[in-house]
Design a protein around this ligand. Sequence first.
Ligand code: GRF
Length: 198
Amino acid sequence: APVVVLASGTGTLLAAIIDHAASPDAAFTVVGVVVDRDCAAAQIAADADIPVIACKLKEYPDRAAWDGALAHAVADFGSDWVVTAGFMKILGPAFLNRFGGTIVNSHPALLPSFVGAHAVADALAYGVKVTGTTVHLIDDGVDTGPILAQRVVEVAPDDTEATLHERIKIVERALLPEVVDVLAARGVVTDGRKAHLK
Ligand code: GRF
């Protein structure tokens, strides 16, 4: 199944998805990458010979125009699933109307705890003993969509945001591609706010 990935950062999660898609028994291929800024993720896609489109907010008159352009960029690739891998923008109504229910996100915390863009720092500041990662479908909230999978990551007493986030990302790099593979191969059953991989 064709998959488009949205990214904004160092692209380690994108790289893991691309690597998984390259394995012979993978149920999905990455047909395109869309970034919202110049970032290492764009270079990782280019190095993998995957078409990359940049859709930068500052190049549009307003957020609605940017959101619509993002939806068109993704639609032009033609995909069954959209994966946000370290994409640091909130997807707007036009995008959600078009792709809602087929957008998969990886969040570096155990939702519903620690939503938002500073989840790892917030978990560390709170003093939790375990945190983790959540793979979920994106809905119209921020990190509130139906949960598909979670994994626990222990917090060490000497952890910094960087060391804890890297340990979480190691788990994300294993979990997200696996979940996308199952979605591509067998789909998902949603029941209200609950979701179950088939
Ligand atoms: C991941 O931890 C993801 O959960 C969060 O941003 C990070 C992306 O890292 N939203 P990278 O840019 O793929 O290295």
